[in-house]
Design a protein around this ligand. Structure first.
Ligand code: 3PG
Length: 305
């Protein structure tokens, strides 16, 4: 059996070594395709493999069609909007993610970004503190919970909106639940976004929500760029010279926004939320273990299709 790790943005070496150990201990062969820039390289690499591990790499219908032996694809990470689930299902390929494994890295970055924005992107001048500010967690999943946990240490007052999580659970974790996204945005100085990119959520964060934010409000996006309605974001930031936006997933016109909005806008040069050795190890090793378990025992825990 062949297991391919195809990562346009490679895992840390230590994570690859760990993946190799798990795969080879099971008697399988590990193949690596790193830093590829052309999808045709991926088509060639998947041709004869049984299992595939990816990060944000796009596993399109074309990739699935090129992989005649493929039985399982694991997205080493949380969001699986990069997998064509319908194509996987059609070919009876199991698709999985590794929920929670890289969440702490993303949560730490989200809070780091809040601090950076609160301190004028580390430029001279008077900033503000996170202590006592209201934080709104938009989607209380693995990352949202961890952001809330860190924010507690900063003395922030934390609210959350998530229709899939019960109020009782939030309350038991020290979070104040709110009944709608509108309410969350109207209340909170900082909003940390953790919604997945789906047909329902794409472009869902726009003018109507953002114009509700209090003076000096800051939106922190470590989720997906697709959930932002970029034209509307631009419009409200131009109208409201107090609003701030920072993101780990740069919009296409990031350079322009930097010039237009100065320290009210920040984007990382390349998505780096899960770029820690720890997150790479956790997600990479979980992906390899899930593949071995599936191929050896048929275990489908974490299947998403
Ligand atoms: C995820 O969904 O797990 C994160 O967005 C991390 O993505 P990455 O593996 O491309 O860094």
């Amino acid at each position: 059996m062949k297991v391919l790790v195809a990562t346009e943005k490679p895992f840390a070496k230590v994570a690859v070594n760990g993946i190799r150990t798990i795969v080879e201990k099971a008697g399988f062969t590990l193949c690596l395709l790193e830093k590829y820039t052309d999808a045709t390289d991926l088509y060639k690499a998947v041709a004869d493999v049984d299992a595939l591990i990816v990060r944000s790499d796009k596993v399109t219908k074309e990739v699935i069609e090129a992989a005649s032996n493929l039985k399982i694809v694991v997205r080493a990470g949380a969001g699986y909007d990069n997998l064509d689930l319908a194509a996987c299902t059609t070919k009876n390929i199991v698709a999985m993610n590794t929920p929670g494994q890289n969440s702490n890295a993303v949560a730490e970055l989200a809070v780091g970004m809040m601090l950076y924005m609160a301190r004028n992107c580390f430029n001279p001048g008077t900033g503000s503190e996170l202590k006592g500010k209201k934080l709104g967690i938009h989607a209380y999943g693995n990352v949202g919970r961890m952001v809330a946990g860190i924010a507690k240490g900063f003395g922030m007052e934390t609210y959350a909106f998530d229709p899939f999580i019960s109020d009782d659970r939030m309350k038991s974790e020290g979070i104040i639940p709110v009944g709608s996204a509108e309410e969350l945005y109207a209340l909170c100085d900082y909003i940390s976004l953790h919604i997945p990119a789906t047909e329902e959520t794409k472009k869902s964060i726009g003018y109507t929500l953002l114009q509700k934010m209090p003076v000096g409000g800051c939106l922190v996006n470590t989720a997906r760029k697709e959930v932002i309605h970029e034209e509307e974001l631009l419009k409200i930031m131009a109208e409201r010279p107090d609003l701030k936006y920072c993101t780990d997933i740069a919009p296409a016109n990031a350079e322009e926004l930097k010039v237009q909005f100065g320290t009210r806008f920040f984007a990382t040069p390349k998505k780096m939320g899960a770029e820690t050795a720890e997150a790479n190890i956790n997600a990479g090793l979980a992906a390899a273990t899930q593949i071995v378990n599936f191929l050896q025992t048929g275990d489908k825990t974490f299947q998403v299709n």
